[in-house]
Design a protein around this ligand. Structure first.
Ligand code: MEV
Length: 310
């Protein structure tokens, strides 16, 4: 057996987070430059998973049933109908935890891909996505499946829960040109907290939340049209309108709002939080590629701890 390495990208939700859990559409984009990498190499004495970034080493035979690293390994082997090889899986990830960039799903997809390749099997994007979704369900309560989908396909996707994902091949090249700045608040929040709070709010007042979800869906449709027409102004407007609706869902936070305001003050065409919220990252749409550097500097000055480019 030869060592094998496979990776998976981070993601951002361009529009439609939270409402997507309730059947509305979302647009998600891959971030190919930010990745989790899994390496599988021969070892003795069973299968061990080593994640030095988070200081964890797990022996598959001793791992608890709900350990996410062991879970993706077990699910992948069961799917491929293979026994666990004597091997060491090492995970390294450049994707920060709790930043709403899909770190958990990316680690799952990287492990599934690497393990499959190590045992000489192929895994389609759909299969990788389905395996990672099983792990997501354990950690996010009611995930829509958008994160594992965009990460496994590594293409812009139009996602509606329960439907096959629509890969937006018409906007792949357009999305690559998008002058999007991604700024991290530095506040890490596990996705299941805001997702759980939205659920409680929806249970208390379904009519209000369903109206907000419909209004978000309208902005997602506008964003898609704007992308297809390369109309950055219209896209920025849809992003900012989406942020205002997410504020009404109470999933933003002062740090995210401050960065959004700073982006708009620095001339961004639109700004919004991205993903679960209450921390993590926000997106700012620059006027054009030349505007990216000054917009990034304004976001740093307003407190962003890290900046990523789409
Ligand atoms: C998380 O990236 C997006 C949410 O809509 C949760 C989900 O869709 O599972 C907040």
């Amino acid at each position: 057996m030869h060592p094998v390495e496979r990776s998976a990208c981070a993601k951002v939700i361009l529009c439609g987070e939270h409402a997507v859990v309730y059947g509305r559409p979302a647009i998600a984009l891959p971030l190919p430059s930010l990745r989790a990498v899994a390496r599988v190499e021969p070892a003795t004495g069973g299968l061990t998973i080593n994640a030095p970034d988070i200081g964890r080493t797990v022996r598959l035979c001793d791992a608890a049933a709900d350990d996410p690293l062991a879970q993706i390994v077990r699910l992948t082997l069961a799917h491929l109908n293979k026994a666990a090889p004597d091997a060491m899986i090492t995970i390294r990830s450049a994707i920060p935890l709790g930043a709403n960039l899909g770190s958990g799903a990316a680690v799952s997809v990287a492990i599934a891909r690497a393990l499959a390749a190590y045992v000489g099997a192929e895994l389609s994007a759909a299969a990788c996505s389905a395996l990672a979704f099983e792990v997501e369900k354990r950690y996010h309560g009611t995930p829509s499946g958008v994160d594992n989908t965009v990460i496994a396909y590594e293409q812009p996707v139009w996602f509606v829960r329960g439907c096959p994902p629509e890969v937006l091949s018409d906007i792949t090249a357009i999305a690559a040109d998008l002058p999007l700045v991604i700024a991290d608040t530095g506040r890490a929040t596990p996705t299941h907290i805001p997702v759980g709070d939205v659920r409680k709010g929806w249970e208390r007042d379904r009519a209000r939340f369903e109206t907000l979800f419909d209004a978000i869906a309208e902005q997602v449709l506008r964003a898609r049209e704007a992308l297809q027409q390369r109309d950055w102004r219209a896209l920025g407007k849809a992003m900012s309108a989406n942020h205002a609706l997410l504020q009404q869902l109470d999933v933003s936070c002062p740090e995210l709002d401050t960065l959004c305001q700073a982006a708009l003050a620095a001339g961004a065409l639109g700004a919004k939080m991205s993903g679960g919220g209450r921390g993590g990252v926000m997106l700012a749409l620059a006027r054009d590629a030349d505007h990216v550097a000054s917009l990034s500097a304004a976001l740093r000055a307003a407190g962003a701890t890290r900046i990523y480019q789409a």
